[in-house]
Design a protein around this ligand. Structure first.
Ligand code: MN
Length: 700
């Protein structure tokens, strides 16, 4: 009987004597039924149902739920029938026990697998009586807490099922406290190493954090006290799993995740929540775009709170949740909050929402004949952060929210991603960057030889796409380097074309330079690691004469503007298409373009060997940076007028600097992006027409 004592004390605190009595009877019934059975840990089996009942009692659930929790494994594990339970404890309790038993028989391997029927069974059991799921969640929570006694393989399977099925259900029902614990336990069981490392890092960071948390808590508290607002303030500790998730989502850098501090302020009325918000925005500067009013517009699971992010001391981000204690109880326990007051006027919004959701499920069940349709609809509800899409032949691809056709292409296969050029969504051509929506059928159009576009990195949502594009760019840079190296080498070879050289010559140079491929040599030239002149000399010893006598008219290297990282535009003179240019290789081996009249290369005419003649191609692509210095009369609104004019002209402004020369004049420096010399000349002309402009010049 001693096992029952703790539970008895719990239920006595909120149930009446006769209810406690029937609960005790159900305990005795379950204990006798499980007599002789042991858990993997070696404990008597009855300790498990008692622990499950205690979890539910801590949520103040009703007597029937507690009784069913105590007996939840007797049909499954002992030879007890539903009828026996019904006779002894009533039909309702028997139904709950049977419902939980049915759920226990359902094993989910993963949610990707189309186990439509199992899923449907589970949802239907839930719809029949919500309490079935509450018992099942408590059951799972206790099993997760005592997972250690199981074999690794079983432990991992249960952990995975918990993460993929039960935690999202707890979330949908608004039961965050249980969800959080399920996720942390599941994470620890699935990735023991990662979890251990993270926990250790959290422990190490704890010292510093404590100081900051204490000081911010005090600041908030004293401000609110001074304003006469009653409240409780506390610093929230992040769960290990939520840190891990944030790291996956964002930068992957532990410190950046830990630099965000969470606080919760509990107010005594809804009205005060908004007053507190006002005070906090006055105390610390709010971060724009981060305020959310879930009090006026609750989340689908009933969650209510105000969210805001503030710039705290040392520039740290402070995330604050403001809510009343009722909202807080609801946020932690969801549908299970206030269960006992069901007949009072205190409406539990989470429960109302859950019931609404369930009647929708029933409706849906009636209207969908195909269990697959049903499951897809339910999944959308349960996993709102995912989208489910179809391939033209009907397979389902699951992607995170905000995924694009490029993500979809990579999800099918890396090769499909690498060679995709266009996309049809529901038979219409759409842009590769458009955001996909649940239920769409997506067809990826590929072309042989097509290449991923580095620009895709700015919109892809999956790590698979990101990794593959990055990997490709790395190789692409090599292609760029090889291409540039070839052009530099041909330049150095003067009138001799590379293709006209004999195989033996190429082989000889490969051997001399210890390179396997000639492309490796070209790449090194392109990357500036080897001077093209040296290789040219190795290929054709007589080439020296060519180099010495060459001049600018002799096949200068053509610049297309698409060389990417292989060519750098000098920051002293900022050459743009149309300018006369000269190329040089710097000490670090990079290829740099200067304007011919740049002060830094005044020796270029006397030292031909140091410089490479270059010229612009006819049609150069891209935009180029130029530094403009504008001397103006120091007058109000001058800067705005010049920037407006530049913007009107379609040039991008990358940076602005203001120098006060003396009291009466200012020197404005603009770093702007233009297409070429013509656009720049026109822009300078227009700036000169402004009456307050004294001088406009380009830096060199
Ligand atoms: Mn159980």
């Amino acid at each position: 009987m001693y096992l029952f004592r703790g539970l008895k004390e719990q239920v006595q605190s909120y149930l009446d004597e006769s209810q406690v009595e029937t609960i005790q009877q159900s305990y005795i019934f379950a204990r006798d039924a499980h007599e002789g059975q042991l858990r993997s840990s070696g404990d008597p089996y009855i300790t498990h149902p008692v622990a499950v009942a205690k979890i539910l009692a801590s949520l103040h659930l009703d007597a029937q739920t507690i009784m069913a929790a105590l007996m939840h494994d007797v049909i499954e594990d002992c030879e007890v029938t539903r009828e026996q339970i019904s006779e002894l404890f009533g039909d309702r309790v028997a139904m709950l026990v049977e419902g939980v038993s049915k759920l226990t028989q359902i094993k989910f391997r993963s949610r990707q697998e189309a186990q439509a029927e199992n899923f449907q069974k589970m949802m239907m059991a839930m719809v029949e009586d919500l309490r079935v799921v509450l018992i099942k969640l408590a059951d799972r929570l206790h099993n997760m807490r005592t997972l250690g006694a199981l074999k690794t393989e079983k432990r991992v399977r249960i952990a995975k099922e918990t993460m993929e099925i039960y935690a999202p259900i707890a979330n949908r029902l608004g039961m965050f406290a249980i969800r959080r614990e399920l996720e942390d336990l599941g994470f620890a069981a699935q990735y023991p190493m990662r979890c251990r490392v993270l926990k250790e890092s959290v422990r190490k960071a704890a010292g510093n954090r404590k100081e900051i948390v204490t000081s911010v808590t005090q600041n908030i508290h004293s401000r609110l006290e001074a304003e006469g607002i009653d409240s409780e303030v506390d610093g929230r500790e992040k769960s290990v799993f939520s840190i891990y998730q944030k790291m996956l989502e964002k930068t992957g850098v532990f410190k950046q995740v830990m630099d965000v501090y969470g606080f919760r302020v509990i107010a005594d009325s809804e009205d005060n929540c908004y007053r507190i918000l006002g005070q906090l925005h006055n105390l610390y500067r709010p971060v724009p775009g981060r305020f959310k009013d879930y009090i006026a517009i609750p989340k689908t699971n009933g969650y209510q709170s105000l969210h805001t992010t503030l710039k705290g001391p040392y520039g740290l981000h402070i995330e604050v949740q403001i809510r009343t204690s009722e909202m807080d109880n609801l946020a932690e326990n969801g549908v299970a909050a206030h269960w006992i007051y069901k007949n009072s006027t205190d409406v539990n919004r989470a429960e109302v929402n859950a019931r609404e959701w369930m009647s929708n499920l029933l409706e849906l069940k009636k209207n969908t004949e195909d269990p697959l349709d049903f499951i897809e609809n339910v999944k959308i509800d349960l996993f709102p952060d995912e989208v489910y899409l179809f391939t033209p032949n009907g397979s389902i691809i699951e992607l995170p929210k905000n995924a694009t056709p490029v993500d979809f292409a990579y999800a099918i296969h890396t090769d499909v991603g690498n060679s995709c050029i266009a996309c049809k969504v529901d038979s219409k051509i759409v842009s590769l960057s458009s955001i996909l929506i649940n239920g769409q059928t997506v067809e990826i159009i590929t072309a042989p030889g097509a290449k991923p576009n580095p620009g895709w990195l700015s919109f892809v949502a999956t790590s698979k796409a990101r990794t593959n594009i990055r990997h490709f760019i790395k190789n692409l840079r090599r292609d760029d380097a090889v291409d540039l190296g070839r052009r530099l080498l041909e330049k150095s070879l003067g009138n001799i074309s590379l293709d006209s050289l004999g195989k033996e010559v190429i082989e000889k140079v490969k051997k001399e330079t210890h390179k396997e491929k000639f492309d490796d040599i070209l790449a090194e030239i392109g990357l500036g690691q080897t001077a093209s002149v040296i290789i040219a000399h190795r290929l054709v010893p007589s080439v020296e004469d060519v180099i010495k006598t060459h001049d600018n008219s002799n096949r200068p290297l053509a610049i297309k503007g698409t060389e990417g990282m292989m060519i750098e535009y000098a920051k002293c003179c900022h050459p743009v298409p149309g300018d006369s240019i000269v190329g040089t290789i710097n000490a670090a081996g990079g290829f740099i373009l200067h304007r011919q009249d740049c002060n830094n290369i005044s020796d270029h005419e006397s030292k031909l060997d140091k410089y490479v003649p270059v010229q612009w191609e006819k049609d150069v692509e891209g935009t180029f940076r130029v530094e403009l210095k504008v001397e103006v009369v120091n007058r109000h609104g001058v800067l705005a007028k010049v920037t407006n004019l530049i913007a009107e002209d379609g040039a991008n402004i990358a940076n602005i600097n203001i120098d006060t020369k003396d009291g009466s004049t200012n020197q404005l420096s603009f770093l702007i992006e233009v297409k070429g010399r013509l656009q720049l000349a026109n822009l300078i002309k227009r700036i000169r027409t402004l009456d307050f402009v004294l001088k406009v010049s380009r830096n060199r």
